[in-house]
Ligand binder design. Structure first.
Ligand code: ADP
Ligand code: MG
Length: 280
């Protein structure tokens, strides 16, 4: 962590004060989306003088499936780190319209609790537990240690687990130990565990890395099925995968800035995008 990062982190408790969405950000968000949910405004992040993100502004609509693409080192993961509170930006804000407030003053844990879930690349399932037990644990995490250790799932919780198993396509594997699942199945279980927390926003970073062709197809269907109920942000380097799921806006990041934003067709024929992808 750089000196400026540590200072920003140390300063966070003092920020304490809740910043509401200022009129300029509200206006910008409404110009770009009919129903804005999350608005990243003028965010800059530097690591020891190196600019990972520069004056980045991005508006996500409620229920949207947004793809963020860009070559390696473009700043995609850093953007997710900022939204989830893992990295404190040098400047800028992340307004969450659901709660009419700036998330910059919140801890990582608090941001997760407020409904912004993130799936990491390496699955963090409990390998010795069955698929169903993993989902039970995830659903009960919200309810405190006592309930997670000793409580039996209630009727509505069992119902929710059944829905999630169906959504992620693991009904046939509910009694399988998570550790013996294939790489793709583990990823879907982890998406299921995130769904158990009922997030408003779901961030997934390079979800199909290391998957077989069939697993990639299943993941594409799963992510598109989640949009609408959730706002889904898919960060991906692989242009072909993005092409198979992009519904509305695609954001292209390059060197910490937005290179262009638009439909998949518009983005893929943009000469600037072709150039940065060919230049890799
Ligand atoms: P992407 O996910 O698009 O590949 P990242 O957001 O991981 O890109 O990284 C953007 C740039 O910031 C890269 O050049 C990377 O080396 C740098 N970077 C990311 N995290 C750190 C860190 N913790 N310390 C120093 N440099 C970092
Ligand atoms: Mg990355």
């Amino acid at each position: 962590m750089s000196a400026s990062q540590s200072m920003a982190r140390a300063a966070r408790p003092m920020l304490g004060r809740v910043r509401e969405v200022p009129p300029e950000a509200r206006k910008l968000a409404q110009e770009r989306s009919k129903r804005p949910l999350l608005c990243v405004v003028d965010v800059s992040v530097s690591f020891d003088g190196f600019r990972a993100l520069t004056d980045l502004t991005l508006v996500l609509g409620d229920g949207e499936l947004r793809c963020v693409i860009g070559p390696n080192g473009a700043g995609k993961t850093t953007l997710m780190d900022v939204i989830t509170g893992k990295t404190v930006p040098d400047r800028g804000s992340v307004f969450f319209f659901e709660e009419q407030r700036d998330l910059i003053s919140c801890s990582e844990h608090e941001i997760a609790r407020r409904g912004i879930g993130r799936k990491f690349q390496r699955p963090t399932v409990f390998p010795g537990h069955t698929v169903r037990e993993n989902l039970e644990l995830a659903i009960k995490t919200n309810k405190g240690v006592w309930h997670s250790l000793f409580g039996h799932p209630s009727g509505p919780e069992r119902q929710r687990i059944a829905e999630i198993l169906e959504t992620v396509g693991l009904q046939a594997h509910q009694t399988t130990a998570a550790g013996t699942l294939s790489h793709g199945q583990k990823q879907w279980l982890e998406i299921g565990m995130l769904l158990a927390q009922d997030p408003k926003v779901l961030l997934v970073d390079e979800p199909v890395a290391g998957m077989t062709h069939q697993e990639v197809e299943h993941t594409a269907q799963l992510l598109t099925s989640l949009a609408g109920k959730h706002t889904v942000v898919v960060v991906e380097h692989d242009m072909d995968f993005v092409r198979s799921i992009a519904q509305e806006t695609v954001t292209v990041l390059h060197e910490g800035k937005i290179l262009c934003e638009g439909s998949m067709d518009a983005v893929k024929s943009d000469p600037r995008v072709i150039e940065v992808y060919l230049g890799e």
